[in-house]
Design a protein around this ligand. Structure first.
Ligand SMILES: [Zn+2]
Ligand SMILES: [Zn+2]
Length: 303
């Protein structure tokens, strides 16, 4: 039987060569993802090439979004950053064909690939090989999720400078090694993957352990993400799904001022305005209502 590099049809991550695909995709079996209602499905890169093509869209000076149409897998966008020191592919998509390679080479090729987290590991080994075995930066804390490995993979921890002050910074949260990329040119740009999720209002962000399964992160993880990006200057934030925040509202202060009080109140049940109003109402006007009963009163009459 010929060997194939199986690709999970749900998350788009490619696995090592085998005669038959793995039983399940480890990434989709994890509680941050899901296996589709029809069960585990596999495909291959030639099959995807036949059904999808890629769009390379200019979204800002020297920033291109790369995504597939019709959508494939998680439907994230990779971003090509055209920098004087060489181009960076931030995150990755599964579909890679000759016309994509030609177009990207026309923009200067790729010097390095960097990943925000395992959901976008896709076909990183194919992309690296197509552009001259360029290094693939994968946070060491998440390397166990690699479906396919090659010698170009560079494992890093904490913070890693690529060149010219461009850094990838580990924030944790969504995954232990979940990261962002900071490009200081101009007023600065922050590429956030799923580490910080840009909301459709393009004003606020959120932070989740699982986006598809809607599992929130604990307060400590959100504060850790905030602390990791706090020293960075930027006026543009690029999410993984075509949602971008630009200008003053993208700054660290504005984004976190809007998001933190709301996200940190989830699960604590203490600071939500509705609860506060109810408490006030109970104290002043309706002391007999159950929600204002004091613990000592509740103990009265116990045996
Ligand atoms: Zn999968
Ligand atoms: Zn993710």
């Amino acid at each position: 039987m010929p060997l194939i590099h199986a690709i999970c049809a749900t998350c788009g991550v490619q696995y090592e060569a085998s005669e038959t695909p793995p039983e399940v995709c480890a990434i989709c079996a994890d509680d941050r993802q899901y296996i589709g209602a029809g069960g585990q499905r596999w495909t291959t890169l030639p099959a995807i090439n036949g059904q999808h093509r890629n769009i390379i869209e200019s979204v800002a000076p020297n920033v291109y979004a790369i995504y597939s149409t019709p959508p494939f897998g998680i439907n994230q966008r990779a971003h090509l950053l055209v920098t004087p020191g060489g181009n960076i592919l931030w995150d990755c998509i599964t579909n890679l064909d000759q016309s994509t390679i030609d177009l990207v080479n026309g923009l200067g090729g790729i010097r390095a690939i960097a990943l925000s987290h395992p959901h976008y590991f896709s076909t990183i080994v194919e992309w690296s090989a197509a552009f001259g075995d360029v290094p693939i930066y994968v946070n060491a804390l998440d390397a166990e999720w690699l479906g396919r490995r090659c010698d170009a993979i560079v494992e890093w921890t904490g913070e890693q400078e690529l060149w010219d002050g461009i850094r990838i910074i580990c924030c944790g949260g969504h995954f232990p090694g979940a990261s962002v990329l900071h490009w200081p040119a101009g007023k600065g740009s922050l590429f956030v993957g799923d580490t910080i999720q840009v909301a459709p209002n393009r004003k606020t962000v959120s932070f989740m352990y699982s986006y598809p399964n809607m599992i929130p992160l604990p307060k400590t993880a959100i504060l850790q993400i905030q602390a990791a990006v706090q020293p960075l200057d930027y006026d543009a934030m690029y999410g993984a799904f075509g949602l971008y925040i630009r200008g003053r509202s993208a700054s660290r202060h504005a984004v976190f001022r809007a998001a933190l009080p709301r996200d940190l109140s989830v699960g604590l049940g203490l600071n939500l305005p509705a609860c506060e109003e109810l408490k006030q109402e109970g104290k002043h006007h309706h002391t007999q209502r159950t929600h204002s009963v004091q613990p000592q009163e509740a103990d009265v009459g116990k045996p």
